[in-house]
Design a protein around this ligand. Structure first.
Ligand SMILES: Cc1cc2nc3c(=O)[nH]c(=O)nc-3n(C[C@H](O)[C@H](O)[C@H](O)COP(=O)(O)O)c2cc1C
Length: 414
């Protein structure tokens, strides 16, 4: 009987274990987690989401505090159009996060950065360009363009000296999205080096509407595989979303995927950035505790644990220090919801905003517990300890379980 380890993912000349740990913002897929995947011969992702905040936590910089100082006067003002990022600070933070990670890299695998393009940062084009270029400057092996795929992204970096040597990939959830991207980037004469096809059971934001349950990853992978073959496009295809065991991964690879991207099982790894008590919430979750809702200000549906503090929170917007979701005109749907509720709030009552959440604040505080559909199965991957908590697993244990397990088995930790 075969297992995932019988296959290899070829990215150009590089031969890899066909397991990619997906990007999980904001610093849930930490450098430590990504570095483990690379050490074991696969691909790990760090994320550049909310990069200044991540740099402050990781390197003791003060980017968020400094920005807050500059724009303090806008607290309480719903018009945030003047609250801009300093591009130099984004570059510095990216170079620190990416550079220090790459310095620590060991092993035959690769480390990529997940770039959520929906972080429009009150100047979508300019900020995206410097994020991508700074990551390339800092030596990242590759970039995965995600959420809110900016069709012109390749064009933004086509003059960078590493444009043709770094691995560049995209995440799509439909053949149509892939076709649109390829058409738009034709001019740069460069195909993506890989395409992650993400189905409706994934964690984070979904590339589907609220009718996500009507879609199925295997069908979408099949459609894209056939189209790529018909067009004679040799782009490795990575399947993602709901792949929980080595056997699930093998099934996709045997049907023509070149590899898999997985994330949910690693949310409870020692190396995951989630605080320990939040990891226990993920372990304990049952299927009915998970929902797909529309409270993310990106406009995309997002899957999360219903009980997380982000749902119904009425926190004051923190655009002055953070502001990653401000669109090109300084707007964010949470601002509208927050000020609407504030105006309607009776004196002294606790403010609760139900339709949107302040994604920046909640993600920074690890209070938005986004997760994949299979989170309710995490309890089956570990052991319950005497105090009722679950044993946290090493990333190596989970990675090797995907790589070597057969027969739908999940190896429990020692
Ligand atoms: C906690 C969590 C956070 C995520 N954050 C991001 C993200 O910031 N950007 C992104 O492109 N995908 C994100 N994802 C999606 C994963 O990278 C991955 O493609 C998907 O979850 C794989 O499915 P699985 O979780 O069922 O294994 C996230 C997933 C999880 C579980």
């Amino acid at each position: 009987m075969k297992c995932v380890d019988d296959f290899r993912l070829m990215l150009g000349k590089q031969e890899l274990v066909p397991i990619m740990i997906g990007g999980m913002g904001v610093d849930i897929s930490t450098a430590e987690l990504a570095l483990e995947a690379a050490r074991l011969g696969g691909i790990g992702h760090i994320s550049d989401a909310m990069i200044t905040s991540v740099s402050d936590r990781r390197f003791n910089t003060s980017f968020v505090k400094d920005k807050l100082q500059r724009f303090r006067a806008y607290i309480g003002n719903p018009d945030k159009s003047a609250v801009k990022f300093d591009l130099g600070e984004i570059i510095e933070a990216t170079k620190l996060h990416v550079g220090k990670t790459m310095e620590a890299k060991r092993g035959a695998g690769m480390v990529f950065v997940n770039c959520m393009e929906k972080l429009t940062m009150n100047a979508p084009r300019e900020t995206l360009k410097v994020r991508l270029e700074a990551a390339l400057d800092a030596g990242i092996d590759g970039i995965t363009l995600a959420a809110g795929l900016h069709l012109a992204s390749f064009g933004l970096i086509e003059n960078h000296p590493r444009f043709r040597d770094a691995k560049l990939g995209i995440i799509v959830s439909s053949l149509r999205a892939l076709q649109l991207f390829l058409r738009k980037s034709l001019r740069t004469n460069r195909l993506p080096d890989y395409v992650v096809v993400e189905g409706p059971l994934a964690g984070g934001h979904l590339g589907f509407g609220m009718d996500w349950a009507q879609f199925d990853l295997a069908t979408i992978v099949g459609e894209i595989r056939s189209w790529l073959q018909a067009e004679k496009l040799m782009i490795p295809l990575i399947a993602a979303g709901g792949i929980f065991t080595g056997s699930d991964a093998l099934a996709f690879i045997e049907k023509g995927a070149d590899g898999v991207q997985v994330a949910t099982r690693f949310t409870v790894a020692q190396e995951s950035g989630l605080p320990d008590e939040v990891k226990q919430e993920y372990f304990k979750a049952n299927e009915e505790d998970i929902e797909v809702n529309l409270i993310s200000t990106t406009g995309y549906p997002m899957r999360m644990l219903k009980a997380c503090p982000a749902v119904g929170s009425g926190v004051r917007p923190n655009c002055e220090g953070l502001g990653f979701l401000l669109d090109g005109n300084g707007k964010c749907s949470y601002l509208d919801s927050y000020y609407r509720e504030l105006a309607a709030q009776p004196e002294g009552a606790k403010l609760s905003v139900k339709d949107k959440t302040c994604l920046c604040t909640q993600m920074r505080n690890f209070d938005c517990w986004t997760c994949g559909h299979t989170t309710y199965r995490l309890k089956d991957t570990s052991r319950k300890l005497a105090d009722g908590s679950y044993q946290v697993l090493s990333a190596e244990h989970i990675f090797r379980d995907y790589q070597f397990s057969k027969d739908d088995k999940i190896a429990l930790p020692e």
